[in-house]
Design a protein around this ligand. Structure first.
Ligand SMILES: *Cc1c(COP(=O)(O)O)cnc(C)c1O
Length: 366
């Protein structure tokens, strides 16, 4: 009975995965599905990707890995945030690969493997410029002096993360690649993984052995050739005529310069639609761009539909907030943010319709 509708095109998702995978025959293409597949629903996204041949998945949290294991019993699953003392047995039990982020992690994982007398594959993260997670510069230097510590911990993949991959001309990319290669040189036989979506598009040197795109799968830039995957249609609840000089919304921030028709839709910042987009974004209705006027309210947004025929802009119709007619990156620009934030904030008050991807249509929400 939800008012507004979020449509997720699983065929577009898998087409985007195939297009990124086809950039190179040399590297495996995985998929980053952290944060519930960027808000799209991992329970539908992961099986759709699996069905077209994706075998390796990346999540951020251990809990996300455990949930994904229940969905895909055979997949290889890497957990970016890695282990803490106390979580190791969960990784083993669910056959998840922790991303080891410190030398201490390497020692602890090696000790666990020794105790259990098992080979427990793990991924090593070496920081090359993000200064967030992974071995820092000093730790990386120690690893280069004594690479056996990675072998003892059954490191099968070494990864790093690019800070400016979406800007192909930025010299930081090459600098990070050089640091990454210095580590790889002492770890023969260990697979390399450096590329997020931007990295995949930087070419062969960055694609390495295993790619881990996220946003490009979901239709976001820098993969400008991506097919749009997510469409948000906000239901018109009411349409009114206002006179020139009348104002719209909290703070009376928009004043009609002419007699205007205002459509109010069922979507607001409580649905994750970012408030900063008020008076800046536009929607699309019947092939016409309709400006968002006034502030974004908690549950409501207002559009100037004066230029759309009244028989089209009527209660019950859907205004496209983003999708094929309004690229999500442009909607995000209007809010001063990025598509990643828009997607991961989408709330649960929408009807969710999944199309394609073998699963047919239907609402995956309980
Ligand atoms: C989120 C993330 C990715 C995916 O990045 P995109 O820019 O969405 O392609 C890859 N690697 C790491 C470490 C990440 O945190």
């Amino acid at each position: 009975m939800a008012d507004s509708v979020l449509t997720i095109d699983l065929d577009a998702l898998t087409a985007n995965w195939r297009a990124l995978a086809a950039k190179t025959p040399k590297a495996e293409c995985g998929a980053t599905v952290k944060a519930d597949a960027y808000g799209l629903g991992i329970a539908r996204v992961a099986p759709a990707l699996w069905a077209v041949g994706c075998r390796t998945f990346f999540v951020a949290h251990l809990d996300e890995g455990i949930a994904l294991r229940a969905i895909l019993p055979e997949a290889t699953i890497h957990v970016f945030n890695g282990r803490r003392s106390g979580t190791d047995t969960e990784f083993v039990l669910h056959r998840l690969r922790p991303v080891l982020n410190t030398l201490e992690d390497l020692d602890a994982w090696a000790a666990l493997a020794r105790t259990r007398e098992e080979v427990l594959p793990a991924t090593l993260h070496v920081d090359t410029g993000m200064s967030r997670l992974g071995l820092d510069r000093r730790e990386a230097a120690r690893l280069i002096d004594a690479p056996d510590i990675a072998r003892a911990a059954h490191v099968t993949t070494v990864m790093s993360h690019l800070a400016r991959a979406e800007d192909a001309g930025d010299p930081m990319n090459a600098a990070q690649l050089a640091r990454f290669e210095a580590v790889r040189a002492v770890l023969p036989g260990v697979a390399g993984s450096l590329a997020n979506t931007g990295g995949v598009l930087l070419g062969p040197a960055y694609q390495q052995d295993l790619m881990r795109p996220g946003i490009g799968l979901y239709g976001g830039e820098p993969f400008v050739a991506a097919e749009p995957v997510v469409t948000l249609g906000a239901r018109i609840l009411q349409v009114r005529e206002i006179d020139a000089g009348e104002t719209v919304g909290y703070g009376a921030t928009w004043t009609a310069a002419r007699p205007s028709r205002i459509a109010t839709v069922a979507c607001g910042y409580a649905d994750g639609y970012i408030r900063a987009a008020g008076n800046r974004a536009h929607g699309r209705l019947a092939g016409v761009d309709v400006p968002m006027v006034g502030r974004v309210s908690m549950d409501l947004i207002t559009f100037d539909v004066t230029d759309v025929p009244a028989q089209t802009a009527h209660p019950g119709a859907l205004i496209e907030m983003f999708g094929p007619g309004v690229r999500i990156d442009r909607a995000a620009d209007a809010a001063g943010t990025i598509a990643y934030e828009f997607l991961t904030r989408l709330g649960d008050r929408f009807e969710r319709i999944y199309s394609g991807g073998h699963g047919g249509t239907g609402d995956a929400r309980p």
